[in-house]
Design a protein around this ligand. Structure first.
Ligand SMILES: NC(=O)c1ccc[n+]([C@@H]2O[C@H](COP(=O)([O-])OP(=O)(O)OC[C@H]3O[C@@H](n4cnc5c(N)ncnc54)[C@H](OP(=O)(O)O)[C@@H]3O)[C@@H](O)[C@H]2O)c1
Length: 254
């Protein structure tokens, strides 16, 4: 039974894992046996995150690159493949957020959000999938959102990007399942991170969310780890193009 979920010796790259959900998912995959590669744009933040994982006896590396730069991605993945090995598990998690009324959204801000969540997932997956295809093995997990399904005022580009990422997950599955690559998504509800700090500090939002969520509370990032291990392991070898929502029941209720 344990063998179904073990990630022993597998190499996992998690984008945007210097903090927040990406870091917790990286830690969870590492504790399940994976060799973990942390990513982000800030080298110092990555070094600090790496030390935390090393303290837990997780084998861990850092790879600093911007997921919207195809050149940086190619350079860094080539280096990873040469010095660490071929990537077995890719988690597309890097993300940014900005809020404004749709009619006032700056085009540059719109582009950055779409590029980070959607084009970034395409660019990193495209590069990593080349090796997964020749290896005839791979796992890709796209971190989606409730906004892959529904909208919310003031975050239109994020909603557009996460809706796109959900369907990119299906597009990837349709094209790459034949290479024994499973591509699925995780759709988190509301979890406290730097991205959602201002929401938690907003008392009205906090009260509204707890009422709106059947479970009656925010999620703990550790509660995403089970879904991540499932989608990264042999246990999900015939699961493809699906999104698992880890949301305390929000999408199940009106
Ligand atoms: N928190 C939630 O409740 C929630 C709910 C649903 C979905 N999500 C999704 O979960 C993912 C993680 O969110 P979070 O809440 O953990 O956010 P967070 O704490 O702000 O972390 C975002 C991470 O992404 C990295 N990053 C941002 N832009 C990047 C880029 N262009 N290239 C590489 N790395 C980049 C950041 O590091 P640097 O800035 O140093 O690069 C950081 O490590 C996002 O995709 C988000 O949309 C979060």
């Amino acid at each position: 039974m344990n063998n179904l979920f073990t990630l022993q010796g597998k190499i996992a790259l998690i984008t945007g894992s210097s903090r927040g959900l990406g870091f917790t998912i990286a830690k969870g995959l590492g504790l399940a046996g994976a060799i973990v590669i942390l990513n982000g744009r800030n080298e110092n933040a990555l070094k600090e995150a790496k030390q935390k994982l090393i303290n837990l006896n997780i084998k861990c590396y850092c790879s600093t690159f911007d997921v919207i730069s195809a050149n940086e991605i190619d350079k860094q993945i080539t280096l990873i493949e040469k010095e660490i090995g071929q990537i077995d598990i890719l988690v597309n998690n890097a993300g940014v957020q900005a809020r404004a009324p749709l009619e006032n959204f700056e085009e540059t801000v719109w582009n950055n959000i779409i590029n980070t969540h959607l084009t970034g997932a395409f660019l990193v997956s495209k590069r990593v999938a080349k090796s997964m295809i020749s290896n005839n093995y791979g796992k890709i997990i796209n971190i989606c959102s409730l906004m892959s399904e529904i909208g919310r005022a003031s975050i239109a580009p994020y909603t557009a990007a996460k809706g796109g990422l959900k369907n990119l997950t299906k597009a990837m599955a349709v094209e790459w399942a034949k290479y024994n690559i499973q591509i699925n998504g995780i759709g988190p509800g509301y979890f406290l991170t730097e991205m959602t700090k201002n929401l938690m500090e907003d008392q009205d939002f906090d009260i509204w969310l707890k009422k709106r969520t059947p479970a009656g509370r925010w999620g703990d990032p550790e509660e995403l780890v089970g879904a991540a291990i499932f989608l990264a392991s042999k246990a999900s070898s015939f699961v493809n193009g699906q999104i698992i929502y880890v949301d305390g029941g929000i999408l199940a209720s009106i």
